[in-house]
Write a protein that binds this ligand. Sequence first.
Ligand SMILES: *Cc1c(COP(=O)(O)O)cnc(C)c1O
Length: 390
Amino acid sequence: MDGTNLQFEEPGGLNPHRAAWIEIDHDRLRTNYLTIAEALPANTGFAAVVKDDAYGHGAVLVAHEAASAGAKLLAVVNVEEALALRRAGLGLPILVLGGRQPEELPVCVENGLSICVHHEDDVRHIAAEAARQGRKASVHVKINTGMNRYGVRWTEAASVISRVAGTHSLHLAGVMSHFSMSDELDKSFAYLQLSRFRSVLQWMESQRIHAQYRHLCNSGGFLDLPDAHYDLVRIGLLALGVYPSSVCRRLTGLQPVMSVKTRISHLQNLHAGDKVGYGMRFTAPDRCRIAVLPVGYGDGFPRVRNNGRVLIGGAFAPLVGGVSMDAVTVDVTHLPHLKQWDEVVLMGRQGEHEITVNEVAALRQSVSYDQLCSWRSRLPRIVINPPSQP
Ligand SMILES: *Cc1c(COP(=O)(O)O)cnc(C)c1O
């Protein structure tokens, strides 16, 4: 998270530390943010959600790019994530999503972090800490419109909002909610949530209570629910060039920022009947050739057996046997020209083929978000295509 495993390197060279790495395409990241910023209506800004190290992409790099594309806010989930952005010199307002223990409040207020409020008790605690420090704390009131995770129920929001508005040591920076389902074809629940949110905003108007930012869209809402854009949309996944679902609206020009690559560390010639790996899960039907790749579930590759594929020499090669902590074995019998240390793509493009994050995620019966966050910091992260004018 503090970027210690971030390396800047020319692509193509052999990494002296490890023959497996994450590649972050800086140019694509920049293009994605500019494309999103351009697609927004004039009165809507965006917040860059860079929690969990920007879904494994490097929070500092992603936040800098978001800032240059005009982000109004950065959003993370932990105080430590917020402080790392501050230490890296990011000056944008930072919203810390989720709940704060009272013990976390002094450092939040001291560092000017924006805090989410879900309950009257939060208001009391934050107001007291801000008063103690002689500062104004910036808060966003989270409205639970049906997600039923965080937030004050929409029918009970009035008292919390008026309390914040009437407290001298608090600044009502935002009123927000979150969609449970914004990226599927059926938008009926999203519209119900929107109408509940709208009822809160209407009440605020009637009371002449103003919040700087009204926001409830994530990437899916930004793409498919234009009525819900308000002042700010919160963009995480989409800026990384990955769509939240297969059915949501497409924006031309977005491309995946992360690739995961390795090299062939060993080649084995097998005879018919030979077994491969732990549990002897694969038996060679005939003479065949196996490439060993120096990555495994210890790096975040799904722990599958005889399932999945990689790209080598511009072609797909199927996994055989089980994925171990530090090794993956693939059948390369059909690719006789391969050599040791040839490049292999686990996720991303090679030649005219691509293995998407969704394909890798499906191996663990999961979604893109989960797979992006699953690649571990044990893999060096290399930034490619840095802009010539930083
Ligand atoms: C993670 C998160 C987002 C970003 O969602 P994406 O689908 O990645 O754009 C937005 N809002 C909240 C509250 C979140 O927790």
